[in-house]
Design a protein around this ligand. Structure first.
Ligand SMILES: [Ca+2]
Length: 197
């Protein structure tokens, strides 16, 4: 009885240091400040997982939109898993030995957004950050369409300030051409609007 137990203990001891190093540490990991929704896969949202030793760490990254009114598209880019019931997107960070070791790069497809930091970013189940969400499909209806263009044009012509939800290029401050270009690109792409049920 004692011999297998001893072997098991030795095996466990050999595994533990590696497991401890591989564990994701929220203090060391980094997350982009805003998650932008897109249907053309041109807007990246990057998460870098790191362990307590500040070295990259593999793991699964999850974006939890359940506390926001964001409408996830039912079809996401290759490698990203959408859970419509849970309102989450997840994808694995790059594996050890790869150039993107520990990094997950999302190009999330969704409509609507939230000005508050209501999207929870998790690495291997640990909360890394809370971030706001923004998309050119402002109303979360029908993808990026004429109505969104009208909403943007109205705000742009009236006051151009105080609309963080339309700051698509993340420049801060007033609305500008950079925001319009991104909206126009999504509009011309003509995609989006096939939301999760
Ligand atoms: Ca829309």
């Amino acid at each position: 009885m004692r011999t297998p137990s001893l072997f098991a203990l030795i095996a466990l001891a050999a595994l533990l240091p590696g497991a401890a190093l591989a564990k994701v540490d929220p203090r060391m990991s980094s997350v982009d400040p805003v998650v932008f929704g897109d249907t053309g896969d041109t807007r990246a949202f990057r998460v870098q997982l790191r362990g307590v030793d500040n070295a990259p760490s593999a793991g699964i990254v999850t974006l939890d939109f359940s506390g926001s009114p964001v409408r996830l598209e039912a079809t996401q880019e290759a490698g990203t898993t959408v859970n419509c019931a849970a309102h989450t997107l997840s994808r694995p960070a790059g594996a050890f030995g790869q150039p993107d070791y520990g990094r997950a790069e999302f190009h999330p497809r969704f409509g609507g957004g939230c000005p508050g930091a209501d999207v929870v970013v998790l690495g291997d189940g640990l909360v890394l950050a809370h971030v706001p969400a923004r998309s050119t499909d402002l109303d979360g209806i029908g993808g990026t369409d004429l109505h969104d263009l009208a909403l943007f044009s109205g705000a742009f012509l009236r006051e151009a300030a105080g609309h963080p939800e339309m700051d698509f290029d993340g420049s801060g401050g007033t609305l500008g051409l950079g925001d319009l270009v991104l909206l126009g690109r999504a509009f011309l792409a003509g995609s989006g609007g096939s939301y999760c049920p």
